[in-house]
Write a protein that binds this ligand. Structure first.
Ligand SMILES: Nc1ncnc2c1ncn2[C@@H]1O[C@H](COP(=O)(O)OP(=O)(O)OP(=O)(O)O)[C@@H](O)[C@H]1O
Length: 266
């Protein structure tokens, strides 16, 4: 059933109730977008939200690894696909959960990839969610267009890092989101600095920040600057990202909770 681009969507309208769908977008790979998606899901869950993560990075899925979810963990029945559930109750759907082994490759052409993203939206029994986060692959390509066309996006969170190249590529993503009328809810700069454990001084390991320029281009606020934190790498590698504490995310969490409130009042 999975992987076909023309599969019939079951009637999930009465079953799935999703308060808001938020895309997490970067221009360049490796800026920590998947980690940020996972951390945001955890932070929203701690605020009492029911959260789902749709891993739209079909060929490079890293969400299951961060949560310690094993390959082959997706189940389904004739009604639809059941998401895997993390230790703290976050519902996750990812190509890696369909594969027999974690390191099996997905070598698919574009139409199959977009077909699978559509199935992750249209054939998954997400149930009632406050927020569905969509982790998009880097680049301004088909998956973003598919998500924008198929899902009622409230907006996007843009993740960048201090390198000028990352800022340049993320500005391309900003322009595409503008063209597609997707509001940018906030910019996150990851790997912004390394706080010296001895002196507390912030070292700009990847150079000076360009995130303000990105935020200005996107017409929104730079909400979060995340430091380089080796414990994050360790927790992610161990599949224990849900144990991370990141108070820096509070402004972004508040913004996303605000979106829910505004929508409820509309
Ligand atoms: N703030 C941080 N401090 C330390 N390590 C980090 C931080 N953010 C991300 N990492 C680490 O960097 C690596 C890449 O992160 P991640 O997979 O989230 O990036 P990505 O942008 O989603 O990558 P890709 O675009 O290739 O999918 C991971 O090992 C992750 O643990």
């Amino acid at each position: 059933m999975l992987g076909g681009s023309h599969a019939q969507a079951p009637k999930l309208a009465g079953f799935n109730r999703i308060g808001q769908v938020i895309a997490v977008v970067s221009g360049k790979g490796g800026v920590g977008k998947s980690s940020l998606t996972a951390l945001l899901a955890v932070a929203l869950g701690r605020q009492g939200q029911k959260v789902g993560v749709l891993d739209a990075d079909i060929t490079g899925p890293s969400i299951p690894k961060l949560f310690g979810l094993p390959a082959g963990g997706l189940r389904g029945n004739e009604a639809g696909i059941l998401p895997a559930i993390t230790r703290t109750g976050i519902r996750v759907v990812s190509a890696n959960l369909m594969l027999p082994e974690e390191d099996a490759a997905v070598a698919w052409r574009g139409p199959l990839i977009t077909g699978l993203i559509q199935q992750f939206w249209g054939q998954v029994l997400w149930g009632k969610l406050d927020t569905l986060l969509v982790d998009l692959p880097p680049g301004t390509s088909d998956p973003l267009l598919t998500v924008v066309r198929q899902m009622p996006l409230r907006g996007a969170v843009l993740v960048t890092s201090p390198q000028q190249l990352a800022a340049l590529v993320v500005r391309k993503a900003v322009n595409l989101l503008k063209t597609l009328n997707v509001p940018v809810l906030g910019v996150v700069e990851n790997l912004a600095y390394y706080p010296c454990p001895q002196s507390g001084e912030h070292h700009e390991v990847f150079g000076p920040s360009h995130a303000y320029e990105v935020a200005v281009a996107a017409g929104c606020d730079l909400l979060v600057r995340l430091p380089i934190d080796p414990s994050l790498t360790q927790l992610g590698d161990a599949g224990r990202i849900e144990e991370a504490e990141l108070p820096e995310l509070a402004p972004l969490v508040a913004r996303l909770l605000g979106v829910v409130t505004q929508r409820a009042q509309a």
